[in-house]
Design a protein around this ligand. Structure first.
Ligand SMILES: O=c1[nH]c(=O)n([C@H]2C[C@H](O)[C@@H](COP(=O)(O)O)O2)cc1CO
Ligand SMILES: [Zn+2]
Length: 164
């Protein structure tokens, strides 16, 4: 009798896969304090786009400021594009209606506007370290009103080593 070979059982889940891709994208960020990554996925689990936080094209990472504090014009906040917005803008394929967004940090109010308007319907987020700020409170208010579902990624504890 031929012995049936069964499939592997320790393969990564969809959530591990896409949150892992979002984390990997975040590793491209030059921001010294918060590296954020995002991955947009279709309803049938195909990766559509990725992004991380950084300055717009043409704005040099070496010339524009990375400071968090000080003279407003000399901080990063006026210049940096958030990972979620970059992922949305990086998508050139048409509509994101019904898509899912995996992001390592809960989206701010400005990203929430772009998420809602682009048709993304689900957000899976990693940490929510700015939950008590007006930006995130306003974000949740808009997402709730618009029917965009969001839930926190549950870490599985699986460690993956990739040799590069
Ligand atoms: O949703 C977000 N997505 C995102 O990419 N960011 C970026 C902007 C900044 O580069 C960095 C936040 O910096 P900091 O934690 O030092 O304030 O993260 C920040 C938020 C805020 O929630
Ligand atoms: Zn944002």
């Amino acid at each position: 009798m031929i012995k049936k070979i069964r499939k592997r059982s320790d393969y990564i889940t969809w959530d591990e896969y896409f949150m892992g891709v979002a984390q990997l994208a975040g590793m491209r960020s030059k921001d010294p304090s918060s590296q954020v990554g995002a991955c947009i996925v279709s309803e049938d689990n195909k990766i559509l786009s990725m992004g991380y936080n950084g300055f717009p094209i043409g704005c040099s990472d070496d010339d524009f400021p990375w400071a968090r504090e000080g003279e407003e014009l000399e901080t990063k906040y006026l210049y940096v594009t958030h990972s979620e917005l970059n992922a949305i803008l990086n998508y050139r394929g048409g509509s994101l209606e019904g898509a899912k967004l995996y992001v390592t940090l809960f989206p701010c109010n400005e990203c929430a506007k772009a998420i809602i308007q682009s048709g993304i319907k689900t957000i899976v987020y990693g940490n929510d370290k700015y939950a008590n700020t007006p930006a995130v409170i306003a974000s949740k208010r808009m997402l709730d009103a618009s029917g965009v579902r969001y839930y926190q990624y549950s870490p599985t504890g699986r460690e993956i080593t990739i040799q590069l």
